[in-house]
Design a protein around this ligand. Structure first.
Ligand code: FE2
Length: 299
């Protein structure tokens, strides 16, 4: 069996507004338009993924929060409705998806032998979190590839950002090893936003773009700094600064997704491609791709 590989690593944030604005048949509410820069960024990235040969999407989501350890979806098929608890007016999405349970079990076992606390989630009535669903929808709305779903442990909250990052780098390494042993081609998805300071009041018309803007210059500066490091391939520096970034920009990176991705990609030194950056209710969202093939070209 040929060795498996990670064919792309993607930072793919999950504001429900982006699905709402696209009016897919799965979502009940309907919108006029909105957040085009981000949506067109996803559109361009989808074209690249559609032309790519891959078997599975492995997604780490901030909104499946597990009190103890790292959990993995362990049921082959899920079908239900996902409602965003903060924006039920924007996101009531009917989903149906397949899970690559074998790969999930392999990552779960590998992470456990690396010293992490892990658990397979076997409840067939479990409602898959909206972070997983939104990021996967925005990258593959046809849902024609199985996913592996990984939860967000509370290490950053119980201990501190440094401990959280260490766990996520180890989980990333276990993910990479399991993908390689599987013989499969995997696309990895880190589902978090960057800076994450919200508006406190929603406009009457959510897609009225007059209201959508950066509203804290310091958060914007932090986002630009992190994106510059990604574009320059300076992942180690990005990880060195991650604890401060998390604290000072209230970043959703505190859920561990991006650190997991950096670990799985073995701290890439090749440049990432930024497809889009934009504000959603004031939070900073970047769509970014790391293409390991670009490392081979520049080597
Ligand atoms: Fe979120």
């Amino acid at each position: 069996m040929a060795a498996g590989e990670i064919v792309a690593g993607i930072l793919a944030p999950h504001p429900p507004h982006l699905v709402y604005a696209e009016n897919p048949p799965q979502n009940e509410p309907s919108a006029e338009c909105g957040w085009e820069v981000l949506r067109w960024g996803y559109e361009r990235l989808r074209k690249k993924l559609d032309a790519m040969d891959y078997d599975v999407l492995v997604v780490h989501s901030p909104h499946w929060k597990t009190t103890v350890g790292h959990h993995f979806l362990g049921v082959p098929h899920f079908k239900s409705i996902s409602v965003d608890p903060v924006f039920p007016n924007l996101f009531r999405y009917h989903y149906e998806l397949d899970v690559d349970v074998g790969l999930a079990e392999a990552i779960c076992a590998g992470a456990k032998s690396a010293g992490l606390v892990t658990q397979m989630m076997r409840n067939p009535d479990f409602r898959v979190d909206y972070g997983t669903i939104i990021s996967c929808h925005l990258l593959n709305p046809a849902w024609d590839k199985p996913i592996v779903g990984i939860s967000s442990s509370r290490a950053y909250y119980y201990y501190n950002n440094e401990v959280g990052d260490r766990e996520m780098l180890a989980l990333g390494e276990a993910t990479r090893q399991a993908v390689e042993a599987s013989g499969k081609k995997a696309v990895l998805i880190a589902s978090n936003s960057l800076s994450h300071r919200h508006f406190t009041e929603e406009p009457e018309v959510p897609e009225d773009m007059r209201n959508e803007h950066i509203y804290h210059h310091g958060q914007y500066l932090w986002d630009m700094r992190m994106l510059k490091l990604m574009k320059e391939g300076k992942s180690q520096q990005l990880m060195d600064e991650m604890p401060d970034f998390i604290e000072q920009s209230v970043s959703e990176c505190k859920e561990g997704c991006l650190s997991w991705l950096m670990g799985a990609l073995q701290m890439p030194s090749y440049p990432a491609e930024v497809y889009a950056y934009g504000s959603v209710i004031g939070t900073g969202n970047a769509i970014v791709e790391w293409d390991p093939k670009s490392a081979e070209v520049s080597a």
